[in-house]
Design a protein around this ligand. Structure first.
Ligand code: BF8
Ligand code: SF4
Length: 634
């Protein structure tokens, strides 16, 4: 495979040449070594759920059942539900950490403060809590307690965080289908139980359980994590920064934060600023901190910390020879980082009890001791800088200016500069009169099976040229940033005439002296909840349901189980959800057909749409948006 088939990112291309010369193995080499990948696994028709297995189904004949009698449909649906439970567990555990931190802050036991009291008040009001006469600490404790009920509700009542924010029409739809979750932990446990040997064999019942997992993910994972993180660290506002490996600095101590949970990365950023003098004493010009994956998105959105690279570039960041220390928390961290680090001087530091890597050093993180630990980690980075081998350093000269920080609140704020009394009106009017055709959220990962960033960039260029407004999160936002699409200059270059007009009018009214970028960076993967909030607000304004809006979602290069659980939440919200690589469901026409078919669309309003060609996907999405417009009579 040529370097150009592996990635369209020019910095990654340069680093791939370097790792080849340095004899370092990467994710692409390992994918090659895995060829041919197992056909049964690819189709989802293998099962290891009991010790009578492993079993596999022959798609063309016998065996057509596992030892227990489970057929392809049961096995595929069970495997999918287990995937979703995995993705959901990751987001929910992340949210739980944030809630625990808020509780500790309220009790005065954590090294953090509440940065957004306004959001705390707004959440408390929405939850029906008394806000009058309560100080910030008391209110934070009350909100944290309500949040904890997401995990401690032992009645059949619906999970509170979902009930407080889901639109009535959705609640009714989900109730009718029997998929309303009660308690996040209980539903994840139930999914594991349901998929053990000899429990559920009905693919339709298993798919309904999948929808329930999607709702747990959306409300007890994404929404809960974003809400609480905004309270603690502040709600993002538009902010300028830079992206790609060129943000690393040869004369600085370079620290990379990688993973997902901002509790740690926020503190590391703080201590990088505090220990600048020590770095200078060690011979560096200062300390430079940059992000990878979603924790990078979190500190970008709130503090403008530059982005190093997205998921597939993580090993290549180390190959610059200029990363002195990479501190990781949880999720999307390749175990191979420790091996790559051995070839250069950079240190890998793991921090979470559930995420240790052989070959990495472990500095346990806790929010009570966060400052002390972050200080220790940054001091390690300074020490590591002194060991840097200058002959091995090669930083690609690739960095691109970006604007990020578009929370729902920030978007409404910008729109209010056009119409202070009725902020959503200019956006809705532009959609109605066709200047904006519709909106698409591109989200999710890179996947070594697809050329890095190619699907994201190709699809989004097509969409914005057709006057579709794009919002992005996760590794998609990185891909689009590296391609220049998160910068206002891209509006003139790539946006269709109608979209250009609206983005320019809003950008100028908001005092940006030019247009908004054609792609609005809304944050990390848990921040997909911001997109949900925006869609609910737009639907409310128009007096319709989210499922009626001319919108779609897309994960053009999905890899993680989390991408599947987010996608299922989006479908449950009523949104057409494109995936650029098929999940392992093609071994059952019942499962694959249901997920992508008319039946699920008639029940939920949304469905999955699988298309591996990014241009065809953009066309398919535009067709869908036009059909939704016609149905609305606009
Ligand atoms: O949570 S997009 S590769 S980093 S899973 Fe992972 Fe996928 Fe990137 Fe963020 Ni989201
Ligand atoms: Fe085989 Fe059934 Fe056991 Fe799965 S649960 S491994 S299909 S016997």
């Amino acid at each position: 495979m040529s370097v150009k088939d592996k990635t369209v990112d020019p910095a990654a291309q340069q680093m791939l040449q370097k790792v080849q010369a340095d004899g370092v193995e990467t994710v692409w080499d390992r994918l090659q070594e895995q060829q041919p990948q197992c056909g049964f696994g690819t189709l989802g028709i293998c099962c290891r759920n009991c010790l009578q297995g492993p079993c596999r189904i022959n798609p063309f004949g016998k065996p057509d059942r596992g030892v227990c009698g489970a057929d392809a449909h049961t096995i595929v649906a069970r495997n999918l539900l287990r995937n979703l439970a995995g993705g959901t567990a990751a987001h929910v555990d992340h949210a739980y950490d944030a809630v625990e931190a808020l509780y500790a802050i309220a009790e005065g036991n954590a090294g953090y403060q509440i940065k957004d009291e306004g959001k705390l008040q707004a959440i408390a009001t929405r939850l029906g809590l008394e806000t009058e006469g309560r100080d910030t600490g008391e209110l934070a404790k009350a909100v944290a307690q309500k949040a904890l009920e997401t995990f401690t509700n032992h009645t059949d009542d619906t999970m509170g965080w979902l009930k407080a924010w889901a639109p009535r029409e959705r609640l009714d739809t989900w109730r009718e289908l029997g998929v309303l979750p009660r308690n996040a932990d209980r539903e994840i446990r139930e999914a594991m139980h349901q998929t053990t040997m000899g429990v559920d064999a009905d693919p339709v019942n298993l798919l309904l359980a999948c929808v329930k997992q999607g709702l747990v993910d959306g409300f007890a994972g994404l929404k809960l994590a974003t809400d609480i993180q905004d309270v603690i660290f502040g709600t993002p506002k538009p902010i300028q920064s830079e992206t790609n490996l060129g943000v690393l600095k040869a004369d600085h101590v370079n620290v990379i934060v990688h993973g997902h949970v901002p509790l740690l990365s926020e503190k590391v950023v703080e201590w990088c600023n505090k220990l600048e003098d020590e770095a200078r004493e060690a011979g560096a010009a200062g300390i430079n901190v940059a992000g990878i994956c979603c924790t990078g998105n979190e500190v970008l959105m709130r503090q403008g910390v530059p982005q190093a690279t997205n998921f597939l570039g993580q090993e290549l960041a180390l190959a610059t020879g200029a990363v002195d220390l990479m501190v990781v928390d949880v999720q999307c961290i390749m175990p191979s980082l420790a091996n790559v680090a051995q070839c250069y001087h950079g240190e890998i530091v793991s921090t979470m009890p559930i995420a240790k890597i052989p070959g990495a050093e472990h500095v346990p993180f806790s929010f009570e001791e966060a400052d002390r630990q972050a200080e220790k980690i940054v001091r390690k980075a300074i020490k590591s800088f002194k060991k840097r081998d200058k002959n091995k350093v090669q930083i690609p000269d690739e960095k691109v200016s970006i604007v990020a920080g578009f929370s729902m609140e920030a978007i409404v704020e910008a729109l209010s500069k056009v119409n202070a009394d009725d902020p959503l009106k200019p956006l809705v009017d532009s959609i109605k009169d066709g200047a904006i055709l519709g909106a698409v959220a591109t989200v999710g990962c890179n996947n070594a099976k697809a050329t890095q960033d190619l699907n994201h960039v190709t699809m989004v260029k097509e969409l914005i040229a057709s006057d579709v407004l794009v919002v992005a999160t996760g590794c998609s936002a990185y891909a689009l940033g590296k391609a220049g699409l998160l910068h206002p200059d891209a509006t003139a270059k790539y946006a269709g005439e109608g979209l250009k007009k609206v983005l320019t009018a809003v950008g100028e009214a908001a005092g940006l002296g030019g247009p908004l970028p054609p792609v609005l960076h809304m944050g990390s993967c848990v921040d997909n909840s911001r997109i949900g909030d925006l869609l609910v607000a737009l639907a409310d304004y128009l007096g319709v349901s989210v499922k009626d809006l001319p919108v779609a979602a897309s994960a053009p290069e999905p890899q993680h189980e989390k991408a599947l659980s987010i996608g299922t939440w989006a479908v449950a919200m009523g949104i057409l959800t494109h995936v650029g690589l098929p999940p392992a469901v093609l071994g059952s026409d019942v499962v694959a057909g249901t997920l992508t078919g008319e039946k699920i669309e008639s029940l939920l309003g949304g469905r999955f749409y699988v298309e591996t060609d990014p241009k065809a996907a953009a066309d398919g999405i535009i067709k869908h948006i036009k059909a939704k417009r016609r149905a609305l009579g606009i």
